[in-house]
Structures are given as C-alpha cells and as structure tokens.
Write a protein that binds this ligand. Structure first.
Ligand SMILES: C[S@@+](CC[C@H](N)C(=O)[O-])C[C@H]1O[C@@H](n2cnc3c(N)ncnc32)[C@H](O)[C@@H]1O
Length: 291
C-alpha cells in the first residue's frame, strides 16, 4: 500500500480546498466531498449522536467539523503527511490534536489503542474503502469502535454510474460484472456491438508526478452497492440505507459541452437521496446500524 500513502502524502498540503464553501462553484474539481460531509453532519445531528471516530481522516476537515458540532472525536490515518495537516487544523481550531493517531484501517493491531478510547456512537470511513484489499476485515475493524446500536458511515465509489457514463467503464461493468458467468460466445458479441458505440478512450487516466502516483495509478476500486450492502449485513449490520452524492446529471463526457449548468444542476440534486442517485452518482455512503 506504499503507493497509496505516497499519493496522499503528496496531496495533503492542498487537500482542504475541497471543503471550502466559497469555492463550491469555482473549484477546479466538483466539490463532492463538501456535499458528502454536509449529509453526514445532517444525519449525525438527526440521530442525536454525541461521539464519532473516523478512520482515514485525511486533512482532518470532516472530523474537525464533527468536533465543531460538539461531538467527542477521535481519528487515525496511515499517511503521516495527512496526519500533520489534520493535527495543525485541530490546533488552529482549539481542539486536542493528540486524539489523532497513526493507524491502518486494515490492521487491527495498529488500532487497538484507538479502539480502547471508545466506544463511540458512530464510526466512519470516507474515501478509504476504494484503497483496501479486504472490505470484510475493514468493516469488522470499524465495528470494533461502536457498541450494538452504533452507527457506521462507509463511503464507496459507485460502480453503477458506469451504466450512464457510456465509456470504457461501461464496457468493463457490462462484460466483467453484469454478464459474469455468461457464455464467452455471448459476451464477445455484446462487446463487439458496444465497442464502437462507447467512448472507450474515456475517462482519462489521472496520473501523478515523478514524486507521487496519481489517483488512477493506485488501488482505487469501485464497489457495487448491492454487493456492498450484502457484505455490510453479513458482518452484523442492519437498517442499511444509502446516501448518494456527486451527481452527474448528464454522462460525464458531456460536462464540457454543457458548461456551468452541469455543476449547478448536479449541486441542486445533492442531498436528495433520490433513487436516481444510484445511477447518477459517482459515490455513495452506506449508513448502517450495528446489531
Ligand atoms: C480520499 S482521502 C479522505 C480523507 C477524509 N476521510 C475526507 O473525507 O476528507 C482518503 C484518506 O484515507 C487514508 N487511507 C487510505 N488507506 C488507508 C488505510 N489502509 N488506513 C488508514 N488510512 C488510509 C489516506 O491516507 C487518506 O488520508
């Protein structure tokens, strides 16, 4: 996982920009994480939760926002670069930076001390699941932070958007997942028919620098929401619900020709949790209760 750490160490200094409310319409990238955090804050408030632990805290913006809501907080990350930025943010806001420690979400041993600082009402991992090898083990490690009745927020990259992107990812999803197990003779015909209709050169690959790899050069998986829900349930969670964010009101390849309306129409959908989110959103958060 060294390349994941390198990637996040390199992005740590500028990571906070995506949470800047003044840059929602102007930031280079769509402010997806801003809306994700808004939804989680809303749910935490609605549920009346008083403490939360975050694994993979990044620059510390989400967990600092929870501390600002008055919650007791704790958090960890395996990127020293991110931890440094997160602790600085905590110090600047008058919170105790010692509650932010080094830990690997995939390695229970590195989390034991943090688990002992609990239990917490909620546990969350936002932007972390794409980078892990064993999702079941990660869910078990998260569950150790909360008691029965506690809440988990687990973010994932949504593979269903590929059915609306009409690009290389559509082909990969249809031939690799939807038609998995079907005869090769059928998959070959489907692939030959689809290939000229899809933008197979898209999406462009996000590459890095000589110093650090880009997002598409590290392990950055998509997850199927149906499969992920089953996994979460099989690990002892109930009351599973989805929160969708990062709306694409048109296939992403049309963003440039649509112009600024693409972003404003997407923003107008954020927070709705409409069923369309499963197909229009590039990411979601599973909320679930520990049995
Ligand atoms: C996309 S960022 C999200 C940061 C933050 N949760 C947020 O929502 O802004 C992912 C973070 O997860 C961390 N991460 C990735 N894999 C991890 C692992 N195995 N253990 C702990 N942290 C991890 C990265 O270092 C990075 O800081």
């Amino acid at each position: 996982m060294a390349e994941v750490v390198e990637h996040y160490n390199a992005s740590a200094p500028t990571y906070s920009e995506q949470y800047d409310p003044d840059k929602i319409l102007t930031s280079a990238d769509y402010p997806a994480n801003f809306f994700r955090l808004k939804k989680i804050k809303q749910r935490i408030t609605e549920l009346g939760l008083t403490s939360v632990y975050e694994l993979g805290i990044g620059d510390g913006s989400p967990i600092a926002a929870m501390a600002e809501l008055g919650l007791r907080v704790g958090g960890s990350d395996f990127s020293e670069g991110m931890l440094e930025v997160a602790r600085a943010q905590f110090r600047a806001k008058g919170f105790d930076p010692s509650v932010l420690t080094w830990g690997d979400i995939q390695d229970r041993e590195t989390l034991q001390e943090a688990i002992a600082s609990g239990p917490y009402d909620a546990v969350m991992a936002l932007g972390v699941l794409p980078h892990v090898r064993d999702e079941g083990q990660v869910i078990d490690n998260m569950a150790a932070f909360i008691p029965s009745g506690g809440t988990m927020f687990l973010q994932f990259r949504n593979s269903m958007l590929s059915l609306y992107s009409f690009n290389r990812l559509t082909m990969e999803f249809i031939t690799g997942e939807l038609l998995a197990g079907q005869p090769e003779s059928i998959r070959t015909v489907v692939e030959a028919e689809l290939r000229p209709r899809l933008a197979m050169d898209l999406p462009p690959k996000r590459t890095g620098t000589q110093q650090a790899p880009g997002y598409d050069e590290i392990l950055a998986k998509f997850h199927n929401p149906f499969e992920l829900e089953s996994l979460v349930r099989s690990r002892g969670f109930t009351d599973v619900r989805f929160h969708w964010y990062n709306y694409h009101v048109a296939p992403p390849m049309l963003a440039a020709s649509i112009g600024s309306d693409f972003r404003t129409a997407g923003i107008a959908c954020e927070g709705s949790d409409d069923w369309r989110g499963m197909f229009l959103c590039s990411a979601g958060v599973i909320e679930a209760t520990k049995s």
